[in-house]
Design a protein around this ligand. Structure first.
Ligand code: DSN
Length: 439
């Protein structure tokens, strides 16, 4: 007999319902998160999860591919049309595997690669010392300038000095528009492949509120969640410029994914990506993308008006970074969590603290925009963040490492008893009720 999840495994059911309630009653401001549509979630939970499809459409190693082939072809066709590229691979399990596949398609172990440093906003896979990418490739990291913009002069100097095979452009905590054209000039001068990682901004590019890299770079990687509003997943795209540099680049990328790094694609994920790309073709998607950026800009202005310091003093995209002072990112993220506002602690450029106790927090507007929140709600959010900062102002982050655990424990105990935070929690819940997620 067919059993529901609730009947079969009430424990897991309860946890899922708990998470649903948490998302429904709180403000999710982690800029890489979003609420996927019901249709995306339905496709993700479909029987495609039962299927194995090693290979590519028409060239599989297993039988029964009639529908797996059509769903993958549909996702590819939609992505090609949306981004305007000649080749797309929709099989990467997520962004990090997609990025590693690009390294292995283009480089030999030990080859020189350049990428944005992690505290300056770059992603782990762009060569940060803790990432496997730095173990297998010879990495040079570039930085942002004092205003928080990519330091093009430094990038050009480093590129001329190191002559990298590949340069990454794209980041995970960068609030300004990426200068794709300027970077392409630098990459072309030294003969490097330029790879854009648009994981954070893919939805903004489709919505026309961020410049597209297609004309300027050879390869593009992205995740399919974040601003694109899909399931967790990844894609790699090869541009005309890429095929001009190496006519076999598309084949090399495909081989790097399968059989190079992955086994069977996640067909249920592919089905959900196809749905996502279908949604992104609708005019409402452009409206959503525009509102995401509008909301972020209003949030930035409202925070600044209340004396809150932002890295780069504002934003061009969906994301903001608050400079909380040495090591104080944890204080603010923990205190905001207490009132139902979720964001993440984050390093900031030239951070003198550590990634575990960074000096900033990162926040963004994709999730709340999907809930149809607009400028007036951004003002409310800014006011709540401000009120929370007032409650935690007296706490200082210890320079001496041994004291940190003790100070944070006491801080958390006091947070739970704080009456003002309890009031704000109630107000946040009230607002969330007016902007239902899945109800
Ligand atoms: N974890 C992603 C983010 O939050 O930006 C990057 O991989």
């Amino acid at each position: 007999m067919k059993k529901t999840l609730k009947e079969q495994d009430p424990l897991v059911y309860k946890m899922i319902k708990g998470e649903e309630k948490r998302q429904e009653e709180g403000l999710e401001l982690i800029p890489s998160e979003i609420a996927a549509s019901n249709a995306v979630i339905e496709a993700l939970g479909s029987v495609f999860t039962n299927k194995y499809s090693e290979g590519y459409s028409g060239k599989r190693y297993y039988g029964g591919q009639e529908f797996a082939d059509s769903i993958e072809t549909l996702a590819i066709d939609r992505a090609k049309k949306l981004f305007g590229v000649p080749h797309v691979n929709v099989q990467p399990y997520s962004g990090s595997p997609a990025n590693f596949a690009v390294y292995t398609a283009i480089c030999e172990p030990g080859d020189k690669v350049m990428g944005q440093s992690l505290p300056d906003g770059g992603h782990l896979t762009h060569g940060w010392k803790a990432s496997a990418t730095s173990k297998f490739f010879d990495i040079t990291q570039y930085h942002v300038d004092d205003e928080g913009y990519l330091d093009l002069e430094e990038i050009e100097t480093l590129a001329k000095e190191h002559k990298p095979k590949m340069i990454w452009v794209g980041a995970t905590a960068y609030v300004r528009e990426f200068p794709f054209e300027e970077l392409s000039k630098i990459a072309d001068k030294v003969g490097a492949y330029l790879i854009a990682d648009i994981a954070h901004i893919a939805g903004l590019i489709i919505g026309g509120v961020h410049k597209s890299p297609v004309e300027y770079v050879h390869v593009i990687t992205t995740t399919t969640h974040k601003t694109l509003r899909g399931p967790r997943g990844g894609m790699i795209m090869v541009t005309e410029k890429g095929l001009k540099k190496d006519k076999d680049l598309a084949k090399k990328i495909d081989r790097a994914i399968f059989p190079g790094l992955q086994g069977g694609p996640h067909d249920h994920q592919t089905a959900a990506i196809a749905v996502t790309l279908g949604e992104a073709m609708e005019p409402e998607f452009t409206e959503y993308a525009k509102q995401v950026v509008k909301n972020a800009k209003v949030l930035a202005e409202e925070l600044k008006r209340r004396g809150i310091k932002l890295v780069s003093n504002g934003t061009d995209n969906h994301m903001l970074l608050i400079d909380c002072g040495f090591g104080r990112g944890t204080f603010l993220s923990d205190a905001l969590e207490e009132v139902g506002i979720t964001l993440n602690k984050n390093t900031i450029p030239k951070d003198e603290s550590s990634p575990f106790y960074p000096s900033g927090v990162r926040l963004g507007t994709p999730f709340v925009t999907v809930r149809k929140m607009k400028e007036p709600e951004m003002e409310k959010i800014a006011e709540w963040i401000y009120r929370v900062t007032q409650e935690i102002e007296k706490y200082k982050f210890p320079q001496i490492k041994d004291y940190r655990g003790k100070v944070l424990k006491k801080f958390k105990e006091e947070l739970m008893k704080n009456e003002e935070l309890k009031n704000i929690r109630k107000e946040v819940k009230e607002l969330c009720k007016k902007f239902p997620l899945y109800k």
